[in-house]
Design a protein around this ligand. Structure first.
Ligand SMILES: Cc1ncc(COP(=O)(O)O)c(C=O)c1O
Length: 391
């Protein structure tokens, strides 16, 4: 006989299997063109793969230092000068932490900051990890809506979300799922409120290199904001290696110390050869114009998918960043985006993600479908053909 007590801890209430797993399983079962989960299905750049292979051959195979291998932290601090030309310099010893992807560092940051009863402001729709991360830290999400069609926020609604229990605000720019890049005046509104209410910003910038025209600005570079920001990024999206799970967090020394206290007992450290690889890759990528090439390549993939969606009357709104297109389902009389995406994958053979899953209360969400264009031409063309044949 199994245990008589409830198995899961109370903090797991409401954390179930995600729609991503269900849509992926349906995509496999139906041989669908999979534009669901956000990862590239094409090869990673050769110079990136060779760097990791070299370090495995060179036997960099044992535990790395918990905050990250020193030469990677130095490389990240150097690269930060390219990213933040006018911004604060970063100390590799006390202000950079390497972890198992952005996912781990976001989790660490929330555990490091949030006490039971604290509130965390999150813009909705929101990446699906934030809610569970806040819940596992014992906090509560205060959601502020981003409204279609341009997915901006109402400054008054944001101001009203701040209160005595607000501990942190999570800001994801470029934004998943909407593709929005927050503009400087918006960042100034957020920054002013965070300074006024003594709130820490957790900036999730994993799509920082994937912008199409609109420049990416880190909120940490605004006046008085470095001191109260944890900026999280990752090599997964930028170098098409989401499975390597190398992410990093930039934060002032006191915040870094709190973050590292959690990190050392969550994963302690992550894959040494991949960390070494990133240390090689960062200066090479900057010197060889990799980032401009990446943006041009993604702009092409975006245009391919946008044309396919338009052809299927699923007109996507223009996007500034990240690698998703959203189709508004309301003009089609669709109210239930989950049912729509289930039908799309089983009957049409194209997998997409319903965006209502990015809301705390899916029933209140506008129905949209998210299509990922981090996909090979072959996958995008297969999706286009199936969408064109859609009844
Ligand atoms: C907004 C956002 N944050 C974080 C992550 C996870 O990043 P990583 O793979 O580095 O853990 C993702 C991945 O899809 C994402 O979209």
């Amino acid at each position: 006989m199994g245990p008589k007590r409830q198995i899961g801890a109370r903090r797991l209430a409401g954390i179930g299997t995600s729609i991503f797993s269900e849509i992926t399983a349906l995509a496999v079962e139906h041989g669908a063109a999979n534009l669901g989960q956000g990862f590239p299905d094409f090869a990673a750049p050769a110079f990136v793969k060779e760097a990791a292979a070299r370090h495995i051959r060179d036997d960099r195979n044992q535990y790395a230092a918990s905050p990250g291998v020193p030469r990677l932290r130095r490389a990240l601090a150097d690269d930060q000068r390219r990213r933040w030309p006018d911004g604060p310099g970063v100390d590799p010893d006390t202000e950079v932490t390497v972890g198992s992807g952005a996912t781990e560092l976001l989790h660490d940051a929330l555990l490091a900051l949030v006490d039971p009863g604290d509130e965390v402001i999150v813009f909705e729709p929101a990446y699906d990890a934030y809610g569970p991360d806040v819940a596992m830290a014992g906090g509560a999400v205060r959601a502020v809506p981003l409204a279609p069609p341009d997915w901006g926020f109402d400054p008054a609604a944001l101001a009203a979300a701040f209160g005595p229990r607000t501990r942190a605000l999570i800001l994801n720019t470029p934004h998943n799922p909407t593709g929005r890049v927050f503009r400087r005046p918006e960042l100034e509104v957020i920054a002013e409120l965070c300074r006024r209410h003594d709130v820490i910003v957790i900036a999730d910038e994993v799509y920082s290199e994937l912008t199409f025209g609109a420049p990416h600005t880190s909120i940490a570079t605004l006046p008085g904001m470095f001191e109260r920001s944890i900026t999280v990024d990752s090599m997964g999206k930028t170098f098409s290696v989401t499975g390597w799970k190398v992410g990093w967090a930039i934060a002032p020394a006191p915040l870094t110390a709190a973050l590292r206290a959690v990190h050392q007992f969550v994963t302690f450290t992550n894959a040494a050869p991949f960390q070494e690889a990133l240390a090689d890759v960062l200066p090479m990528a900057a010197a060889e114009g990799y980032y401009a090439g990446l943006r041009a390549d993604y702009a092409r993939r975006r245009d391919l998918l946008a044309a396919a969606l338009r052809g299927a009357r699923l007109d996507p709104a223009p996007v500034d960043g990240a690698y998703f297109l959203l189709a508004d389902l309301r003009p089609h009389g669709v109210a239930d985006d989950v049912a729509f995406c289930r039908r799309l994958v089983t009957e049409v053979g194209v997998a997409a993600i319903p965006t209502s899953v990015f809301y705390g209360d899916p029933a209140a969400a506008p129905p949209f479908a998210r299509f990922c264009f981090a996909k090979s031409d072959q996958t995008l063309r297969a999706a286009a053909a199936r969408l064109a044949a859609r009844p």
